[in-house]
Design a protein around this ligand. Sequence first.
Ligand code: ING
Length: 312
Amino acid sequence: MSRILKVAAAQLGPIALAEPRSSAVGRMIALMKNAKAQGAELVVFPELALTTFFPRWYTEEQSEIDKYFETEMPNKATQPLFDEARKLKIGFNFGFAELVVENGVTRHFNTAVIVNNQGEIAAKYRKIHLPGHTENEPWRAFQHLEKRYFEKGNLGFQVHPVFGGKIGMCICNDRRWPETFRVMGLQGVELVVLGYNTPKHYPPAPEHDHLQEFHNHLVLQAAAYQNGTWIVGVAKAGKEEDCELIGGTCIIAPTGEIVTECKTLADEVILAECDLDRCKEIQENIFNFDLHRQPKDYALITAAKKEPPSNH
Ligand code: ING
């Protein structure tokens, strides 16, 4: 018995600062149509897919920052994407900057949603591991101010019964932290979808710049294998406002094998038939958590932090 879910990864090339949301949405719709034509049931888009990666610039003007945020979803700019998805009967996942008022408090999150093939939002995730820094650091070639512009997500790492499987989400830097996937692995996740905007240059450790593509696949392949889950990781790629973003969009099997990956740094669709029943090969054997995990020896992993976090 095999539950095959045809999943497409829709990589986006650069989104210019001046590029309106309608342009990004138009590109996403073209990629969605391509994915559907290849038989996809679900298409995954990058993190912050509607605008340029604005945390690369410092500003103190909150009104300037809020311009990059969506106050409702769907909204005027994204309704055409939801309408097309419903027409094509295809589900999708994408990331955007979410501005929301909760209990009278204005909150800013780096968010992603799963939309079902009826065009309804079925699940939401808010990024938990926010990289970068909070103050302007002019020594850097560009800023990475996610800690300034976003709050830590408050929805945890959930697994959702959608598309006939157990599907989870994370966003970008989350993928570097094994805890992200283990929390979903402990919920029996079968497919994790995520987007990323990863600069080639990492100012605090430029000696690692040449390893960015390797680290991207390293963490995704390890996470897939160690939790017996499919993973679809989708880049916003290419030279975006003078900042080189890595590509490396890929679909990874529960064995940790890269099944397919993008070859360009532009808008590009790849597709894989994800047999969700293959997760059992790992989850019932080498990483059978009930049989083999020893949580009594892992207490340090969830212990509270001691000193204030370093600012990179
Ligand atoms: N971007 C990067 C990421 O984690 C980064 C930040 C780049 C961290 C390079 C370490 C090295 O992929 C986002 N948006 O999290």
